[in-house]
Design a binder for this molecule. Structure first.
Ligand SMILES: Nc1nc2c(ncn2[C@@H]2O[C@H](COP(=O)(O)OP(=O)(O)OP(=O)(O)O)[C@@H](O)[C@H]2O)c(=O)[nH]1
Length: 395
């Protein structure tokens, strides 16, 4: 499963975001909710379910009236402070948790009401742009430390006659989520000596920064937008080249709780909500204020941030394997039972391997269920494709 990690300084709102995003919505997620451990849970990206193109909605537990929620893993990394890569505030330990992340949501306090250590200060007195930069810097220097620590091993390998720098670096960085392709692409963009012994600290740092940028892309979540001074989000956008998503994690949590209690009609990622139950005057005032913020920013931003990480930064598409190309079902009649988030450009054999390595190895051909026609193994899948895979290993 894809893993997205929440990182940020203390008090930025990571735990609130995490709690909201991993909350099992009774309406949407009527299935066993998996908490992997205290800070690792399941959340979803939101997309259109292919069943919208059929007469009836599919009724899948992850489909809400044609809105499909596709599971991903969410990791809540405890607050990082400047100097974390040197171990400040247990930072090394926390940074190590990012090893498995495919993308990072850098949660910043857009209201500027907490300083670099996360202590409360007057609203607007801390520049959120500092927080955007420091998380990236800590991640880069953390990886640089790992590269430094492993360099002797690379030097040792370089004595072998068949030494291959690209292969040695790929081996070192594979645990960090870098493929050989990533390492090759990064090396193409760098200037460096052929002999690892001639590499300087700067060479290693440049490698670490480039690998980090490629393998842990960052979305900036401008949180607490409900309490932020006017123009705060624009200022953050002007100061960074990363996508910036205005958000109110608090607001999302309130809405999910209210939806669970049956007092509002809200699905994660909706741009607004409706009050459908009894609420006190105080609650109504709070919800009205939240509605104002959502109207301004197109929702609470929690779902938008998750979707931005997966569909924009990681460039994924959703593909739906089925066994019956006519009914779009699996062997037991479930309609559109599974959804896979594949890299854009994936082909039917890639989907087969994602389903199971045996299915991939026994791949024979595929059928585009929507068009009812066979597709070649080089055919590029697109968002929402429903595909029947025929495999010697298949049922
Ligand atoms: N106004 C406002 N406050 C928020 C929002 N999200 C979180 N907060 C508040 O910010 C404070 C810190 O939130 P947490 O979620 O505990 O922050 P954290 O980043 O997990 O902090 P650490 O666990 O210390 O790393 C809490 O009082 C939250 O209620 C928001 O969208 N708007």
């Amino acid at each position: 499963m894809l893993t997205v990690a929440l990182a940020g300084k203390p008090n930025a709102g990571k735990s609130t975001f995490y709690t909201a995003a991993t909350m099992a919505d009774v309406d949407v997620a009527n299935y066993p909710f998996t908490t992997i451990d205290a800070n690792r849970g399941v959340t979803h990206v939101r997309t259109e379910c292919p069943c919208l193109d059929r007469d009836e909605r599919c009724g899948n537990e992850n489909c809400r009236d044609g809105t499909r929620y596709v599971p991903i893993e969410l990791l809540d990394v405890a607050g990082l402070v400047p100097g974390a890569h040197e171990g400040k505030g247990l930072g090394n330990q926390f940074l190590d948790e990012l090893t498995n992340a495919d993308a990072v949501l850098n949660v910043v306090d857009a209201s500027g009401a907490t300083n670099a250590e996360g202590d409360p200060v007057e609203v607007g007195s801390h520049d959120p742009l500092d927080d955007v930069d420091f998380i990236e810097e800590e991640m880069d220097l953390w990886l640089a430390g790992i590269v430094d620590g492993n360099w002797e091993g690379v030097e040792r390998k370089s004595r072998a006659p068949d030494f291959d720098l690209e292969a040695a670096l790929s081996e070192m960085l594979t645990g960090f989520g870098a493929t050989e392709g990533d390492v090759a692409a990064v090396l193409r963009g760098l200037e460096y000596p052929d002999d690892p012994k001639a590499w300087t600290d700067d060479d290693r740092e440049a490698l670490a920064r480039a690998v980090r940028r490629r393998t842990k892309p960052i979305v900036v979540v401008a949180n607490k937008v409900d309490a932020a001074p006017a123009g705060a989000v624009d200022r953050i956008r002007e100061g960074t080249d990363k996508p910036v998503i205005p958000a109110t994690a608090d607001g999302e949590l309130a809405l999910r709780r209210a939806a669970e209690a049956g007092v509002v009609d809200y699905d994660p990622g909706d741009e607004s909500f409706e009050i459908v139950g009894d609420v006190s005057d105080d609650q109504r005032a709070g919800l009205d204020a939240l509605r104002g913020s959502m109207d301004e920013h197109g929702g609470t931003g929690v779902q938008t941030a998750l979707n931005a990480a997966v569909y924009d930064l990681l460039d994924r598409i959703t593909a739906y394997p089925v066994q019956d190309a006519g009914k779009w079902t699996d062997g037991t009649g479930n309609v559109l039972p599974d959804a896979f988030l594949l890299p854009a450009g994936s082909t039917p054999p890639d989907l087969a391997y994602a389903v199971h390595s045996d299915i991939g190895e026994g791949y024979l051909h595929a059928v585009d269920a929507r068009a009812s026609r066979r597709i070649g193994e080089d055919h590029e899948l697109t968002e929402g494709d429903v595909i029947k895979i025929v495999s010697t290993a298949g049922p």
